[in-house]
Design a protein around this ligand. Sequence first.
Ligand SMILES: Cc1ncc(COP(=O)(O)O)c(C=O)c1O
Length: 360
Amino acid sequence: MSRKYNFCAGPSALPFEVLNDLKTELLDWQGHGLSTMEMSHRSKEFVEIAETAKQDFIDLLEVSDDYEVLFIQGGASLQFSMVPMNLLDDQNSICDYLDVGQWSIKAIKEAKKYGNVNIAASSAEASYKKYPSPESWKLSENSKFTHLVVNETIDGVCLKDLNNLPQTNLVADCSSCILSEPLDVSKFGIIYAGAQKNIGPAGLAIIIIKKDLLRDKPNLPAMMSYKTYADSDSMYNTPPTFAWYLSGMVFKWLKNNGGLMNRKLINESKAKKLYSYIDESGFYMNDVDVNSRSIMNVPFLLNDDSLDSRFLSESEEAGLLNLGGHRSVGGMRASIYNAVSEEAVDALIDFMKDFSNKNG
Ligand SMILES: Cc1ncc(COP(=O)(O)O)c(C=O)c1O
């Protein structure tokens, strides 16, 4: 077996130790004679797996009792609809959105179907390369909530300083930054994240929602209502049991490896190395405002884009997978989520140096 270094933006690398443990217990979970995929979600065993995973997630992010943690299928994209469907009263209800990249645009498109969307700030004119600072956001009066994508995965742009956020009902898409560092949950009304980057298998999303935002809305389909999930421990219907179980294994791995404070140190060190090399190389470049650079997604361009396809094929041959940028922007992107080791980043930098020596 030879595992390569995977820089995919999602679905992304999973910790090797977790995959190894999974292999051990895949056919026979802890001597019960079946895999977790084959268990009833109502069984004592699975309920314990589910509750432990939820508690570990709560411990990692220090989520207080004021919040519910929900496990919902449909990925982060379903949340683009569920948020406005649950929080707005009718088409006249006002909500604020930040337009900071392509995931924001998708969220805005959905919200417009359910309410009156005010764009509180946009970085479109800066080609989405700079996150608008909270002081510049123009929030509406009577807004039901303010939606932001904290880390825009495609352009590698993020809101770094979450200390001075406005005291409104903040709804944050943290799909590509959740669990990468500690987060003060109390600043938010809702935090949601698709699982396939720092959590586990694709298809699942985890939602942290303040209890006072759970509403009975009689006309809302049951499966679209946060309250349905909160009232049923996210088991109103059959949940994505395998994704839930594997996510729980990732949470244990994080806890056993120094929690989120340690993750922050490792992630910052990986990102610093990579950005420093790109900046000094003269061969590669990253055009994101330095104060908005993501520590999870590092897009970069080759000064000579005619070398792009050679870079991609040779990097793949060297065992460095999925370095192509998003299909909408091209170039390169290294996603260096939690499970991408420091060693993987070193290997990438070595390859980049070598490629620039040969082609520069
Ligand atoms: C920031 C962000 N939001 C939303 C999504 C959509 O997630 P999903 O494919 O789980 O619906 C992604 C996917 O990459 C993302 O990066």
